[in-house]
Design a protein around this ligand. Structure first.
Ligand code: ATP
Ligand code: MG
Ligand code: MG
Ligand code: MG
Length: 475
């Protein structure tokens, strides 16, 4: 096949290399020290200091295939995965960058050539439409006059709210950092030539493939943007998305590498993909993400990045459970991820055993938690009224079986069941108060017996009075 995921990555990098760009390796999923990001979420992250003028660049033009994870912060796609045809937690972003070199016209011309030229991706021109930032007339004119896109295929988007730029066509990495207006290229997957704006996010119709950002500002805070002294270009195109288009499939889960991984999932577990494709897609996405996250030396634990990894692994296991898979299976898929997605990364092969062990340990641990409370939760869900799980049940699962509350929340979300957070918070705070009271009573009792004090019956006093008594007692 000409357009395998590995060939597409290579063609992209070759194209820009032929246009005087230097190929730079992807940086880790763990952003460098001073970044305020949880995970690398775009190709431009590793060049942040260059865009801001803090660091000198060695090359004015570079190109990368960057591994990204969109979990947390400004870009969080976790909940969409499995339900959207084009969103992954982990994906690769292809990008070309200009540091104070070329700007709007050249970057649009490069993108258009790669997508439509016969020697390159050779995609039909009439299938594309674009969005531009509402005030960016220069970009609008490039699409209209140089590329000669019909005007109905150039959509102005953006809204300046209270002197801040908060819109779809003003790209920012996070709450602070380099940013600027952008123009995005969409592919129309439907047979209708007309573009329906209200369907822009309908992944069955349109697919956003490439974002070209004109980096002109540094965002200091919510209200403050500082213009940069040199203008740069940062572009990002989802490798899985452009591969899907080139392979003429409607979903990124249908591309070669994902189909192979999905086959492995079905074979190992003897399940039918036609019946369970959402859960299987989720498992495929999450085992790929977990493999790459662990490969970048992040381990599952109870806080920060490790907790996000744990959440990804657990959601995959949960979907396995939902499919009736009772034995450990997730760790067995690491070799398939490496086989089908790891061709570009030699280090992965050396890490296979380690990654498998880490996932298997998580799997064993989670199974114990699941076994304790899951069946009860499922029974409750089966008999649910008004599509709402009562907060007492959630608390009971936690209190009696050690079933984490956020896990119940996740499960409810999977089953599209509501919970009353307010009620749950009330129960939790009541419980906290009660246990504080118990501690006080216990302490008072201990001091009482230790000091042979004469106090008696203070159990029935108010908390304030008790603290006073304990204090006096201890003296
Ligand atoms: P979307 O609107 O589809 O969520 P986005 O506007 O958030 O995408 P950008 O921040 O513009 O995405 O990122 C640049 C490109 O990276 C996108 O045009 C798309 O091709 C790709 N991309 C973004 N998010 C994902 C994802 N979760 N999975 C796969 N590819 C993605
Ligand atoms: Mg998005
Ligand atoms: Mg978008
Ligand atoms: Mg975008």
């Amino acid at each position: 096949m000409k357009y395998t995921i590995n060939n597409v990555r290579k063609m992209f990098l070759d194209f820009f290399q032929k246009n005087q760009h230097t190929i730079i390796s992807s940086s880790s999923l763990l952003p460098n020290n001073h970044s305020n990001l949880l995970f690398t979420n775009a190709g431009m992250n590793q060049f942040q200091d260059i865009f801001l003028g803090y660091k000198k660049y060695h090359f004015p033009r570079v190109t990368t295939a960057q591994r990204c994870l969109r979990m947390g912060g400004k870009h969080n796609d976790f909940k969409q995965v499995g339900y959207s045809e084009h969103h992954h937690t982990f994906f690769e972003m292809l990008g070309n960058f200009s540091f104070g070199d070329y700007f709007k016209k050249e970057s649009i011309l490069y993108a258009w050539k790669l997508l439509t030229n016969k020697k390159w991706f050779n995609l039909p021109k009439n299938k594309f439409f674009v969005t531009v930032y509402q005030d960016d007339q220069e970009t609008y004119n490039i699409w209209k006059n140089i590329i000669q896109l019909p005007e109905y295929k150039i959509i102005r988007i953006g809204n300046k709210l209270h002197n801040t730029y908060e819109s779809d066509n003003f790209w920012q990495m996070g709450d602070t950092g380099p940013c600027g207006p952008c123009t995005e290229i969409f592919f129309n997957q439907s047979n209708d030539e007309k573009i329906y704006l209200h369907n822009l996010n309908d992944s069955n119709k349109y697919i956003e493939i490439w974002n070209i950002v004109f980096i002109q500002f540094n965002r200091i805070n919510h209200n403050k943007l500082i213009p940069l002294s040199t203008f740069s270009v940062d572009t990002g195109m989802g490798l899985e998305r452009i591969t899907a288009i080139l392979q003429k499939v409607h979903s990124t889960f249908k591309i070669d590498a994902f189909q192979n991984l999905i086959k492995s999932i079905c074979q190992i577990n003897k399940i039918d993909n036609n019946k369970n494709h959402q859960s299987i897609n989720i498992i495929a996405d999450h085992i790929r993400a977990s493999t790459f996250i662990i490969n970048d030396n992040i381990l599952p634990n109870h806080e920060h990045r490790g907790y996000i990894l744990r959440k990804i692994i657990r959601r995959a296991l949960l979907h396995g459970y939902k499919l009736g898979i009772k034995k450990n299976f997730l760790y067995k898929l690491v070799s398939s991820v490496i086989k089908y997605f790891g061709n570009f990364k030699k280090k992965l092969y050396n890490q296979q055993k380690k990654i498998e062990n880490i996932i298997q340990t998580e799997e064993l641990q989670f199974k114990k938690i699941l076994e304790k409370g899951f069946d009860l939760l499922l029974k409750k869900i089966e008999n649910i009224k008004n599509n709402k799980l009562d907060a007492n049940t959630i608390f009971y699962l936690h209190d009696t079986f050690g079933f984490p509350i956020d896990l119940t929340q996740d499960i409810c979300q999977e089953y599209q069941i509501n919970i009353d957070i307010h009620e749950l918070n009330n129960i939790i705070s009541q419980h906290k108060k009660k246990s504080q009271q118990n501690i006080i009573n216990k302490n008072a009792h201990t001091i009482h017996t230790n000091t042979k004090s004469i106090f008696q019956g203070y159990k029935y006093h108010t908390i304030k009075a008790k603290i006073k008594q304990i204090f006096i007692c201890g003296e």
